[in-house]
Design a protein around this ligand. Structure first.
Ligand SMILES: [Zn+2]
Length: 279
């Protein structure tokens, strides 16, 4: 009888403390990562100074054919030294021309024509190049244009062992369920031409759900697919003012924690094909 009461108490306390549920570290309610793609000059000039001023770490996904890799290499290296993540965004940023609104994809940069094997080799070289900049071997990847097929072949399973995590699904809302989120097919929101208030509203949704939100920005106060400096600063200020409850960090740090917590709960996406998450 005693034993039975004891076991019931354990069962109740386990549920009460949510040990069987996904939990963020410390007192955090949700996680937020800020990603900036394509190695744009406005990110160096406008985003990084503001991030540094508020002590926020972010992830920069460099496509290595960007002109800024030559003209501003020391600044990218400095960003890594300041604690920002330099992520892999491929060598040449090929995208699938056959998808809607892809008139801008040139014939020589068409991912529909590039064999997956060649693309994977290029992605490997991109990681080596990034290693020469920041000396890191652990890295994450954001799929250019969120395209997951090269010449018709699904390629994420061929690169998953190269990366800690991969962002490869564009969505409009924060993530609903931390347990069904595959670390090699993480969803992200790619806002442009929006207000800071709209960005803050998305963060609040993630906080209410207790999940996470990953932003992928392009231009900040310039370049293309931009948000204004004002919108960017509004979001950063909100994150800074709520740093007790919102864990804003690099994607690599958040996805590393997410995998550990998923494993604690018996889920290991390393042993499953990434393709399953696209069915
Ligand atoms: Zn891109």
């Amino acid at each position: 009888m005693f034993k039975y009461v004891f076991l019931v108490c354990i069962a109740i306390s386990t549920r009460a403390f949510g040990a069987d549920q996904f939990k963020w570290p410390e007192q955090y309610k949700a996680a937020v990562s800020l990603g900036y793609d394509d190695a744009l000059i406005s990110q160096l000039n406008n985003a990084i100074p503001e991030l540094n001023r508020l002590g926020i770490k972010a992830s920069f996904y460099l496509s290595l054919n960007s002109p800024t890799l030559v003209s501003h290499l020391s600044q990218w290296r400095l960003a890594a030294q300041q604690g920002h993540e330099l992520g892999n965004h491929s060598l040449f940023h090929q995208c699938r021309a056959s998808k809607p609104d892809r008139e801008w994809v040139s014939a020589d940069n068409d991912l529909d024509k590039l064999p997956a094997k060649s693309y994977v080799q290029q992605i490997r070289v991109a990681s080596n190049y990034l290693n020469a900049i920041d000396n890191n071997t652990r890295r994450t990847f954001t799929a250019p244009c969120a395209d997951v097929k090269a010449a018709g072949e699904f390629y994420l399973d061929q690169i998953k062992t190269l990366f800690v995590g991969i962002k490869s699904k564009v969505v409009q809302q924060p993530i609903d369920n931390m347990l069904v989120e595959n670390p090699y097919a993480v969803s992200f929101i790619a806002p442009y031409d929006v207000t800071g208030e709209a960005l803050v509203a998305l963060v609040k949704q993630a906080a209410n759900k207790g999940t996470m939100i990953h932003f992928t920005f392009h231009g900040i106060g310039g370049d293309y697919l931009s948000i204004s400096n004002q919108a960017h600063n509004t979001l950063l200020r909100y994150l800074s003012e709520h740093k007790q409850t919102l864990w804003t960090d690099t994607f690599i740090n958040i996805v590393t924690y997410m995998k550990k917590e998923q494993r604690r709960l018996g889920i290991d996406y390393d042993t499953q094909p990434v393709a399953n998450s696209f069915k």
